[in-house]
Design a protein around this ligand. Structure first.
Ligand SMILES: NC(=O)c1ccc[n+]([C@@H]2O[C@H](COP(=O)([O-])OP(=O)(O)OC[C@H]3O[C@@H](n4cnc5c(N)ncnc54)[C@H](OP(=O)(O)O)[C@@H]3O)[C@@H](O)[C@H]2O)c1
Length: 311
């Protein structure tokens, strides 16, 4: 499998296994994924799947150091005093003594406490904690050996600029939404020139049913992707993954369906520059995952997809 080098020197497998949603199916899905050959698994405190991920990895019998595991700090644990305990809680459920990558899930702090999405009168309750201070608390975890690398997710360009000006450790990874309908080439270049690896979530665009954008048709059925795929004996979904991998981006396909779990791993190949140019033409700049209203901060304000009305 293709692997990319992080600014820590570690390698991240290009295809990681997503574990958001379908909590009850995740232990078997993770086990199936590892059997198929995945060696990178993405979870998060808020998904409620850390225990299932840990169980799946244990049952697989594959040595811990052969699998790249990512988890994420949730918004209600942004206070610097809460960060070490939040990591310990994740590690306990994952049943491991370190994670390969610990990400700040969002740049917004929710009210401290145990409610992951605290609301009052239907409105999200935030806390005045700067994501810079949260990140500095994450930096300290590097010395404990409990995290091998740290990074962020769902930051805007302005937030990334501000972050790297004020912290000592350049994030190893920025995990963001990305797919052929939300290509963000400029933002990718911005990361690459600063040694920050980009990981794409929702690599199949609107396939996640929570995005309720079925009327657009499926990204994986785009004629260009199907035509390109024919040249390589691959499907539209596999071309979605290869498109990102060709640019040095890692991807996190999620599936609870054994044959899809296996098929998605076959998206690890490179496309020709001609094929990449053709796919560049279908960028619709549509962002499907934007929880700004739910979380009380305007996310992605300077990025593609903000303000693009889903037709
Ligand atoms: N950092 C963040 O804020 C953030 C946000 C979103 C996601 N993520 C991460 O990224 C992962 C992936 O994103 P995602 O779950 O939104 O979307 P996704 O992987 O793009 O799509 C998942 C959906 O596509 C279906 N599917 C998977 N492979 C398929 C195939 N080959 N053909 C047809 N359908 C297929 C799955 O169905 P079945 O499961 O029923 O097979 C599921 O409904 C998440 O699981 C999570 O780990 C992170």
């Amino acid at each position: 499998m293709t692997r990319f080098k992080l600014n820590t020197g570690a390698e991240i497998p290009a295809i990681g296994f997503g574990t958001w949603q379908d909590e009850g199916a995740q232990k078997d899905a993770v086990l199936e994924a590892i059997k198929a050959g995945y060696r990178h698994i993405d979870t998060a405190r808020v998904y409620g799947t850390e225990k299932a991920v840990g169980d799946g990895i244990k049952e697989s019998g594959i040595a811990r150091n052969q699998i790249f595991v990512t988890t994420k700090l949730w918004n209600n644990k942004h206070h610097p005093d809460d960060v070490p305990k939040a990591l310990d809680d994740s590690l306990r459920d994952l049943q491991m003594d370190y994670v390969d990558l610990f990400l700040m899930h969002y740049p917004v702090a929710a009210k401290r406490g145990d409610d992951p999405i605290p609301k009052e009168n239907g409105k999200p309750v935030t806390e005045d904690i700067d994501y810079i201070d949260t990140y500095k608390a994450m930096e300290k975890l590097l010395n404990t050996g409990k995290v091998k690398a740290i990074g962020v997710s769902n930051f805007s360009k302005g937030q990334m600029d501000r972050l790297i000006k004020h912290v000592s450790v350049v994030p190893a990874v920025h995990q963001t939404e990305g797919h052929p309908w939300l290509q963000q080439h400029e933002f990718l270049k911005w990361h690459q020139t600063r040694g920050i690896h980009v990981t794409h979530y929702s690599p199949f665009g609107n396939l996640n049913q929570i995005y309720s954008a079925n009327h657009l048709g499926k990204l994986i059925d785009e004629p260009v992707l199907i035509e390109v795929g024919k040249k390589y004996g691959k499907t539209g979904s596999q071309v979605c993954l290869a498109w990102a991998i060709t640019m040095g981006i890692s991807v996190l396909p999620k599936s609870k369906t054994p044959h899809r779990i296996r098929d998605n791993l076959e998206g690890d190949f490179k496309l020709s520059s001609e094929d990449m140019e053709n796919i560049a033409k279908i960028d619709r700049k549509i962002r499907f995952n934007d929880s700004s209203e739910d979380m009380g901060m305007v996310f992605f304000d300077d990025l593609d997809g903000k303000g693009t009305k889903i037709p």
